[in-house]
Design a protein around this ligand. Structure first.
Ligand SMILES: [Zn+2]
Ligand SMILES: [Zn+2]
Length: 268
C-alpha cells in the first residue's frame, strides 16, 4: 500500500495498492488534468531527484520549497512563534534534511492551510512532527488523505496561540483561509495568504480569482466578502503562496486599492 501523490497538483492520497484512477482536485474546474494524462508518484520517488530549499523570508519566517519545481511550485512557510511553530501551507516533499532543518527551529505544533491546492502531503508532515492540522470545514470534500489529526473549523475566524488568527475569506475556494500574524513585519502585522489573496508581479497589488490556471474571475460579492473578512486586522506585509510573492509594505492599502481596480475591470 502506498500514499500516491498526484504529479499535477501535488496532493497525497489515502493509501492504496494501485494508484487512484483520478484526482478530483485536478478534475475540478479550478485546476486541470495533466496534458499527458493523469500521473502519480510516491514520496520516495519524489525524494530521489528533488530536495527542499530553505530560505528565511523574514525573521521567524522560513520558506520551504521543492527544487527542481514540482506540481504547482508553491513554498510552505514555517512561522516560528514562542507558543509553538505553525507551518502555513504545505508541500509534497518531506525528507531527512527537511526534518533536521525544521526540528532545529523547534518543530511544528500545527499546520494550517489556505486551500486544497496546498494540502499536498500535509498528513505525512503532521505525522512526522506530531502536529495537528487546521482546515476550514467548507473545504472538507477536498481532503484526499483522511487523518484524525485534521481538525475542521467553522465560521469566519479561528484563534490559535500567540494571537495568530485564521480568517475565512472564501473566494478562490469557499473555505479559503488566510493567516493573520500580528508579530510579523516588526510588529506591524503580516497576512499569509496562499492565493486566496494572491500577490501579483507588480507587488504593490494583489488579485483574486476563482481559477488562476483557467482564468475564471470572481464577482463583486466575493470581493466584498474578502475585504470585509480582513477589515478588523492590521497588517503591513502580505506573503503570498510563492517565493518573492510578497507585498513588503502598506499591505492593507494594497488590498483595498487592488479590489477597487478589480471591480472596475470586471464591470467595464
Ligand atoms: Zn491532482
Ligand atoms: Zn489555488
Amino acid at each position: 500500500m502506498q500514499n500516491f501523490i498526484c504529479v499535477q497538483c501535488g496532493t497525497q492520497f489515502d493509501a492504496t495498492a494501485e494508484p487512484p484512477l483520478r484526482c478530483p482536485i485536478c478534475e475540478d474546474e479550478r485546476q486541470f488534468v495533466r496534458h499527458e494524462g493523469q500521473a502519480w508518484i510516491t514520496l520516495a520517488r519524489l525524494a530521489a531527484d528533488h530536495h527542499n530549499r530553505f530560505e528565511d523570508e523574514a525573521p521567524q519566517l522560513l520558506g520551504i520549497g521543492i527544487e527542481p519545481q514540482f506540481a504547482i511550485g508553491q513554498r510552505a512557510l514555517l512561522l516560528q512563534s514562542s507558543g509553538g511553530n505553525l507551518l502555513w501551507d504545505c508541500i509534497s516533499l518531506l525528507d531527512d534534511e527537511t526534518i533536521k532543518q525544521v526540528e532545529g527551529r523547534g518543530g511544528i505544533r500545527a499546520i494550517a492551510i489556505s486551500h486544497p491546492h496546498f494540502y499536498s502531503a500535509m498528513v505525512a508532515w503532521a505525522k512526522r512532527f506530531d502536529a495537528q492540522i487546521f482546515l476550514h470545514a467548507q473545504n472538507r470534500q477536498w481532503v484526499m488523505r483522511e487523518s484524525p489529526r485534521i481538525q475542521f473549523w467553522e465560521g469566519s475566524t479561528f484563534s490559535l496561540w500567540d494571537d495568530l488568527t485564521l480568517i475565512n475569506c472564501g473566494g478562490h475556494f469557499e473555505g479559503g483561509t488566510v493567516l493573520h500574524w500580528p508579530a510579523g513585519a516588526s510588529g506591524k502585522g503580516a497576512l499569509l495568504t496562499g492565493d486566496i489573496i494572491t500577490v501579483v508581479e507588480d507587488r504593490r497589488y494583489v488579485s483574486f480569482m476563482r481559477s488562476y490556471p483557467n482564468l475564471i474571475p470572481l464577482g463583486p460579492a466575493a470581493i466584498s466578502r474578502i475585504l470585509k473578512a480582513i477589515e478588523a486586522f492590521s497588517f503591513d506585509q502580505i506573503y503570498g503562496g510563492w517565493r518573492k510573492a510578497t507585498v513588503l509594505s502598506n499591505g492593507k492599502t494594497a488590498v483595498v486599492r487592488s479590489a477597487e481596480r478589480y471591480l472596475c475591470a470586471i464591470s467595464a
